[in-house]
Design a protein around this ligand. Structure first.
Ligand code: MTE
Ligand code: HPA
Ligand code: MOS
Length: 770
């Protein structure tokens, strides 16, 4: 089945926040952000701005009617700065005017005097000063201390990954419309309607039943709107509440890039020990997460870094420590993979470091250490593993030995062009790491004409979840898909929803749709049973008709609905689903946090131009564990998009903050995202036929985030290509591998042993600035 949005998307008719018809009298907002990354506000002068044409009101923290607080996990984030600013772009004032242009013009007239304080942008510096968002976490398996003595080879090093701008095509925004009796309706581009509702209510001092948050769809979220949509909705809500006028604020691209948090940069230390057969016996890692100035989702992201610190390998002795470090950057946040990719990069870097020193291909070490069913993850859950199945199928299906020979031949015969190859196996846990969040709900109505309305807590952001919800309802009722309509995601129809995140949206909400529809279907079968004097169990619903003992009856779905209505049978149902089996003990750091894992293996091939440092991704060939895909077209799209986004993070997207905490890569002219030309020339995606039962909806495993991590292979393939040109090249284990860094690496000299430690701790942030 095609994505149900494809028709309106391609015709430009899909409705996003900015397409909602405006109500007469609507006012427009713009925010004034701090020009300084750390300091004390001495004086805020609004007088000029207030006189500017079209300005209706300028709000500051003093105008907040409830609490000046939007922190989700930790209450450490004011909506509007009061006396203190702690990142560049932190909102200080909100201008409300008759047009967006007038609001922006007035923002330029606001003057602020700030006494600057020292700015910290480096997570290791923050950790050394004790500036942590939450206490550090440690995951342990076995005993690394005693394991080192059994290791034949031990290597240590530093690995770094930079952040990533979400660059959803639709920027952040909200439109708040006052209702009677102080109530509000907020349209928001949010992944989490409940969180947006709650934050707005807290800021306004209203009970949650007074505020409805309604989401039609998002032009992309990628995690950037899981928590960070709340501020803009709360600002609009506050202004609408005070002025009794509709207020809309859609950020322009530079506001969005400057004011919102991104994927967390990480700097990490690793130590890896192997036996003589290259089995990894011990692994120690310390993660320094650059959280930015407030907690936002950082503690949860940190936790997932720990959960994925061994990727898809079984390592019997592990110690992983993670620090969430408070710096003066905009609070960093969820981004596809949610800390998992950062953790997985480090174990891959450790394996590559070992491989290069041992003179073997990294794939030799990777393959030997793949986990198998029954192996324990450091957090206590036992693997139900498809790791080897995916790896083996990738090797045979794509003829890895031929690829290896071709790569070697090419490199022998070409001096100034080199090819590189890397394998990237993945393993990603599905479920919110916070067990409590794993719940979904659905509200289903069947109308008397037989058409069906489905509301869920799922937010459509391009990932195709609405299409999957529709498939579930149409399947259970046995009717054509055009009889089913997916409604917008509204807190009034489905309450208390978890964010659409963690790749779990289709599972959580799809199971709820399944339950609600099944309950209605059971009642309908009872109607037939009574009317036709047959057992309810003999009735099935298929092809828009009633079947009895698998025989089609001259009895349509529409007739059945009318029959039920006349018998006063309820044609509506609300259902609640909570993932079974999962649990986690944060004190012991052990449990069974994930409903299941998604596996896969990617082969990445690249070519570099050794005169210029430029490169192309020749091919990414994947065997992916879909379970049994309920929509191969959509799932393939998710994999293609995830791979390209992952390659972008690993190769070209270079976030640069200067020492003063100011974002330098603040526009699309200075921040390079993948375009159509950066897409791998060959993108081959193969399905693993997986037989295990699982907790996914219709056994169709979650697909949203896992493929991003295939992109990590691009970094290591480039590294191999550089080494083919200059075998003694010094290449810091630091992503992204931009063309500039590639060029420098191609002509680099090996480090002397005493230089090694110093060089390797150079963060990509500092490299960027040099
Ligand atoms: N695909 C599109 N087109 N747009 C998005 O914003 N977000 C990703 C992924 N794929 C995203 C996307 C992220 S971060 C997640 S967690 C999942 O989709 C969320 O949707 P799901 O739970 O339905 O997979
Ligand atoms: N994944 C994504 N988003 C989340 C999670 C998670 O595990 N926990 C809280 N928000
Ligand atoms: Mo995705 S990072 O869980 O929104």
């Amino acid at each position: 089945m095609k994505n149900i949005d494809s028709r309106t998307h391609t015709r430009g008719e899909s409705i996003y926040l900015d397409d909602i018809p405006l109500i007469q009298g609507t006012l427009f907002g713009a925010s004034f952000g701090s020009p300084v990354a750390n300091g004390v506000i001495k004086k805020l002068d609004l007088s000029e701005a207030e006189k500017a044409p079209g300005v209706v009101k300028i709000l500051t923290y003093k105008d907040i009617t409830g609490a000046n607080q939007i922190g989700g996990i930790v209450p450490d984030e004011p909506l509007l700065a009061d006396h203190h600013v702690d990142f560049c772009g932190m909102p200080i004032a909100f201008v409300v005017a008759e047009s967006t242009e007038a609001a922006h013009a007035a923002v330029k007239k606001i003057k602020v005097e700030i006494d600057p304080l020292p700015v910290i942008t480096d997570p290791r510096e923050a950790q050394a000063l004790g500036q942590l968002i939450v206490p550090p976490r440690t995951h342990r398996l076995g005993d690394t201390q005693s394991a080192w003595q059994h290791c034949q080879y031990i290597f240590d090093g530093v690995a770094e990954t930079n952040g990533q701008e979400h660059l959803y095509i639709e920027t952040q925004g909200a439109y708040a419309i006052p209702q009677e009796n102080n109530a509000l309706k907020i349209y928001s581009s949010t992944q989490s309607p409940r969180a947006t509702q709650q934050a707005s209510c807290k800021v306004l001092g209203l009970p949650m039943h007074q505020v409805e948050v309604d989401v039609i769809r998002l032009g992309g979220g990628f995690g950037g709107k899981e928590d960070q949509a709340n501020a803009w909705a709360a600002l609009c809500a506050l202004a609408a509440h005070l002025l009794k006028k509709p207020v809309k604020y859609a950020l322009d691209r530079m506001e969005d890039m400057a004011m919102t948090g991104k994927r967390h940069p990480y700097s990490s230390d690793f130590k890896i020990g192997l036996d003589k057969d290259f089995k990894i016996l011990a692994y120690e890692v310390t993660f320094y997460q650059n959280a930015g100035a407030a907690a936002d989702l950082s503690p949860a992201v940190l936790e997932r870094t720990l959960f994925h610190c061994t990727n898809t390998y079984f390592i019997p002795n592990v110690q992983a420590v993670a620090y969430s470090c408070k710096t003066n950057l905009p609070p960093n946040t969820a981004f596809r993979g949610f800390g998992g990719p950062q953790g997985m990069f480090v174990i891959e870097a450790a394996i590559v470091k070992a491989a290069e020193n041992l003179g073997v291909d990294a794939s030799v070490i990777q393959q030997i250490n793949l986990n198998k069913t029954g192996d324990e993850f450091p957090y206590g859950q036992l693997a139900v593993s498809e790791a080897r199945a995916c790896w083996d199928k990738a090797e045979s299906k794509f003829d890895i030995s031929r690829i290896k020979v071709e790569t070697e031949d090419f490199n022998k015969n070409n001096r100034l062009y080199k090819k590189g190859l890397a394998m990237m196996p993945i393993c990603f846990g599905i479920s919110f790491t916070n067990t409590m969040m794993n719940q979904g709900r659905a509200l289903v109505h069947v109308y008397t004409d037989g058409s069906v309305s489905v509301s869920t807590g799922a937010v459509e952001m391009g990932q195709g979840v609405n299409t999957k919800m529709l498939q579930v309802a149409a399947f259970v009722f046995g009717i054509d898909s055009d009889k089913v309509k997916l409604q917008s995601t509204s807190t009034s129809r489905v309450a208390n929803t978890s964010p659409s995140a963690a790749s779990a949206t289709a599972d959580l909400n799809g199971k709820a749709v399944f339950m609600a529809c099944s309950q209605i279907a059971d009642r309908l079968k009872q109607v037939i049973a009574e009317e036709m004097h047959v057992a309810a169990e003999s009735v099935t619903l298929k092809d828009n008709h009633v079947y009895i003992n698998n025989e089609k009856q001259d009895y349509t779905w529409e007739r059945l609905i009318m029959a039920a209505f006349f018998k006063r049978v309820s044609l509506s149902e609300h259902a609640h689903y909570a993932t079974p089996e999962i649990h986690y003990d944060k004190l012991k750091e052990k449990g069974h946090p994930f409903a299941y894992h998604v596996y896969g293996t990617a082969i990445t091939q690249v070519s570099i131009d050794c005169l210029r440092g430029t490169y192309e991704i020749d091919a990414v060939k994947v065997v992916h564990d879909f379970g049994v895909s309920m929509n191969p077209l959509i799932d393939r799209g998710q994999i293609e998009g995830g791979i390209v986004q992952g390659i972008g993070w690993m190769t070209m997207e270079e976030l640069i903050y200067d020492k003063n905490g100011k974002l330098k890569s603040n526009a699309l002219s200075t921040y390079k995202v993948p375009d159509i030309y950066s897409v791998p020339k060959v993108l081959d995606i193969d399905f693993l036929d997986s037989s295990y039962d699982n907790l996914a909806i219709f056994r169709s495993k979650a697909v949203g985030e896992p493929p991003l991590m295939y992109g990590i292979g691009a970094y290591f393939a480039l590294r191999n290509a550089i080494k083919a040109f200059n075998p003694s090249a010094h290449i810091p284990l630091s992503a992204p591998m931009t063309p500039e860094k590639t060029l420098m690496a191609l002509y680099s000299k090996p480090l002397k042993p005493d230089q090694e430690k110093n060089e390797e701790t150079t963060s990509s942030l500092e490299v960027n600035q040099q």
